[in-house]
Design a protein around this ligand. Structure first.
Ligand code: NAI
Length: 334
């Protein structure tokens, strides 16, 4: 069979810690498949070009057959030219004691500029995954400033939160993480997010049971479990003195791989996508919903039971996103 044409994959923040793990996995075929060659477009800022040079030496030394070449650049035009997929990681990371809101002012301008560059230079069907925080609001801004690209092509990463929730339930039940399915992260990638296992299942080879029935501890599921997932990022920062990187890179891989290849029948994943008003969430917020994916298009799962307990949590995280969006819009229009 003739070799496929390489696709152009952008990684911003390419000299940073998430990118260091992410680039390896893209180059290895973990995202786009073992038969899909890639051309890497690596963007960072001028002071990081020396580090990026070292990363590129290591890409050479990986000697992976799928990597057909790379550009390393501080120019958005060169980074986004002809892009098929983009991982927008580059931004200022949250440091210990820093609130996500402090990040907003610093980072939202980066995503405005990158939205404009995507609009001008990327393919119109480019798939954009925003990882850099505040990820949901950055994705909204990026999409807003790229009006020629459909807004469904911009998503924000809440997959790390989903993976954290799955892993926590799995550990409690002494199961493997992939036996826990249909966990939903609602809302913002922040401490207001709602990790919801009301519709989640523990899937065994012969049977499946609801997480609530398997765990048999509603109090834990509705208190400590939620809190632990919500504050996991801060816990990692406090222990590692740096924000989650290896697990964030793996989550970005999971997110883009599922977007590219689709979700298996009966399973859903969580992604920050532009709200269409589903579940009473205001339109035009990038809000994390449960989605299924086919033909590279996501669809919000409809008809899930929203208990009174869940309702207040969905609304709380939406309120935070409304505030963030207002602030971001005023920063961008200033
Ligand atoms: P890092 O500081 O190691 O790397 C960030 C890189 O971005 C640096 O090399 C920096 O020079 C670069 N950068 C800054 N401005 C840029 C610009 N305008 N264009 C291109 N590159 C630029 O940070 P790390 O750990 O890799 O984290 C990156 C982002 O991901 C942070 O915002 C962090 O908060 C976020 N994050 C998001 C998660 C999620 O679940 N959505 C999980 C973990 C981290």
């Amino acid at each position: 069979m003739p070799e496929k044409e390489p696709i152009r994959v952008v990684v911003t923040g390419a000299a940073g810690q998430i990118a260091y793990s992410l680039i390896y996995m893209i180059a290895n075929g973990d995202v786009f498949g073992r038969e899909q060659p890639v051309y890497l477009h690596l963007l960072d800022i001028p002071p990081a070009m020396g580090i990026l040079e070292g990363v590129c030496m290591e890409i050479d030394d990986l000697a992976f057959p799928l990597v057909k070449g790379y550009v390393k650049t501080a120019e958005p035009k060169d980074a986004f030219e002809g892009a098929d997929a983009a991982f927008l990681v580059g931004s200022m990371p949250r440091r210990e004691g820093m609130e996500r809101k402090d990040l907003l002012t610093a980072n939202v301008r980066i995503f405005k500029a990158q939205g404009q560059a995507l609009d001008q230079y990327a393919k119109k069907d480019v798939k954009v995954l925003v990882v850099g925080n505040p990820a949901n609001t950055n994705a909204f801004i990026c999409s807003y400033y790229a009006p020629s690209i459909p807004n469904e092509n911009f998503t924000a990463m809440t997959r790390l939160d989903q993976n954290r929730a799955q892993a926590l339930i799995a550990k409690r039940l002494n199961k493997s993480a992939n036996s826990i399915t249909n966990v939903t992260i609602w809302g913002n990638h922040s401490s207001t997010q709602f990790p919801d296992v009301i519709n989640a299942k523990v899937v065994e080879p012969a049977d499946s049971v609801s997480v609530y029935d398997a765990v048999k501890d509603t109090k834990w599921l509705e208190s400590d479990f939620i809190k632990t997932v919500q504050t996991r990022g801060a816990a990692v920062i406090s222990a590692r003195k740096a924000s989650s990187a290896m697990s964030a890179a793996k989550a970005a891989v999971d997110h883009m791989r599922d977007w590219w290849n689709g979700t298996p029948s009966g399973k859903w994943v969580s992604m920050g996508v532009l709200s269409d008003g589903s579940y009473g969430i205001p339109k035009d917020l990038v809000y994390s919903f449960p989605v299924t994916i086919a033909n590279k298009k996501w669809t919000i799962v409809q008809g899930l039971k929203i208990t009174d307990f869940a309702r207040s949590k969905l609304d709380l995280t939406a309120a935070e996103l409304i505030d963030e969006k207002k602030e971001a819009e005023s920063i961008c229009s200033a």
